[in-house]
Design a protein around this ligand. Structure first.
Ligand SMILES: Cc1cc2nc3c(=O)[nH]c(=O)nc-3n(C[C@H](O)[C@H](O)[C@H](O)COP(=O)(O)OP(=O)(O)OC[C@H]3O[C@@H](n4cnc5c(N)ncnc54)[C@H](O)[C@@H]3O)c2cc1C
Length: 344
């Protein structure tokens, strides 16, 4: 008999399972499609912060999660012996105009207190940013040291190995025993909407690509709305599209080619790199756009961990922690905006 059954082996389900195991619970993860079969089995993996201003619960939660991430992934890797591709390599973003520069400098001031000296948000010159940086019309870029990267597919394998290394079970089919956690991604939000008779969440498709280019220690870039994420394994991820309407959740098409063109135009260093993979997945988006965490709105006694949307991996360490508090100890520290009620 297990204490906790987690349905869904994506970033949220695996993080909840891992947090429960670490607190001594007996855990089983069930996913009929396997580990990382959903949105989490992708390639981008930018763990990037919200801007350090107008602070709120969502920003604080994400900040704490990003700060927790280093120890979280180190522990996961040590237990399972599999790399997650995590590294706190920072991020560079061009500043587009005078107003942007004013804002960036104001945020440099507020970041000191809001990020509590644990990371820096600085305005630097194009010259100081070096040849990897995208061109900036103002001659200035924002460099932050809070942003990190991990490789989503590797991170899922890393978490799965850690869970199994600590005695947890991962299987395609088994009875639901003990406390049950629904971490079933966008399909879970669609079926919850059907069961409730109204839209409480859905899926937003995203396409990404992977280049062969070995720049593991360089910062990720955000330029012309494109993410450029150098990974530990000699690849660089480029993303993404955002598609509310789609027929095929896993197909790629000309939209990712357009994103690639923008990346090549913004970052000359990418131009001759070979495109080795195009990938698509569907992000789980709750109606509130925030994560949906807490007691399941329809299933008596069960829990829900969903709605990671565009920053599910960044949120995952803290999501695991607050869900384990609730499931195992009945201690509820979930921000109000993250409760299922925010989308119902
Ligand atoms: C192109 C793209 C780029 C992204 N880039 C980033 C990024 O840079 N940084 C970031 O933080 N996030 C990013 N995200 C978002 C991130 O991937 C998601 O927020 C995260 O993967 C959500 O994890 P999840 O576990 O909730 O969902 P999923 O990974 O979709 O997992 C849900 C799992 O539930 C399983 N399942 C479904 N129904 C059942 C059932 N009935 N029983 C059991 N299992 C079931 C599915 O097989 C699936 O494995 C990106 C997403 C996409 C698509």
């Amino acid at each position: 008999m297990v204490d906790v059954t987690v349905l869904g082996a994506g970033a949220f389900g695996l993080s909840v399972a891992w947090a429960c195991l670490q607190r001594g619970a007996k855990v089983r993860v069930i996913d009929p499609y396997g580990v990382g079969a959903g949105s989490s089995g992708g390639v981008v993996g930018a763990l990037a912060p919200h801007t350090p201003e107008n602070w709120n619960d969502k920003k604080e939660f994400q900040f704490q999660s990003l700060i927790m991430a280093e120890a979280f992934w180190a522990d996961v890797e040590e237990t399972g012996g599999v790399s997650s591709g995590y590294g706190r390599t920072g991020r560079l973003q061009p500043v587009l105009n005078g107003r942007g520069l004013e804002l960036a400098r104001a945020r440099q001031e507020t970041s000191g207190a809001l990020w509590r000296g644990q990371a820096k948000w600085r305005v630097i010159s194009e010259e100081d940013a070096g040849p990897w940086a995208p061109h900036s019309p103002t001659g200035f870029l924002i460099h932050d040291t809070l942003s990190a990267r991990m490789h989503p597919r590797m991170a899922c394998a890393s978490l799965a190995a850690a869970i199994q290394g600590k005695g947890g079970e991962i299987t395609k089919e088994a009875p639901h025993e003990g406390q049950v956690v629904w971490a079933t991604g966008w399909q879970g939000l669609v079926s919850l909407s059907q069961d409730m008779g109204r839209m409480v969440g859905n899926g937003v498709k995203g396409q990404a690509a992977l280049l062969r280019l070995d720049r593991p220690d360089l910062p990720q870039l955000f330029a012309d709305s494109v993410h450029v994420v150098p990974h530990v394994d000699g690849t660089v991820a480029i993303g993404t599209t955002s598609e509310r309407e789609f027929d095929n959740p896993t197909s790629t098409d000309a939209q990712i080619d357009a994103v690639l063109e923008r990346a090549f135009a913004a970052v000359p260093a990418l131009k001759n790199a070979e495109v080795i993979e195009r990938w698509a997945g569907v992000r789980p988006r709750a109606k509130s756009r925030a994560p949906m965490l807490g007691r399941h709105p329809l299933r008596e006694g069960a829990f829900i961990a969903n709605g990671g949307f565009k920053i599910g991996f960044g949120m995952a360490p803290k999501v695991g922690a607050v869900m384990a508090d609730l499931i195992l100890d009945g201690v509820d520290t979930i921000p109000d905006d993250f409760r299922p009620e925010a989308s119902l």
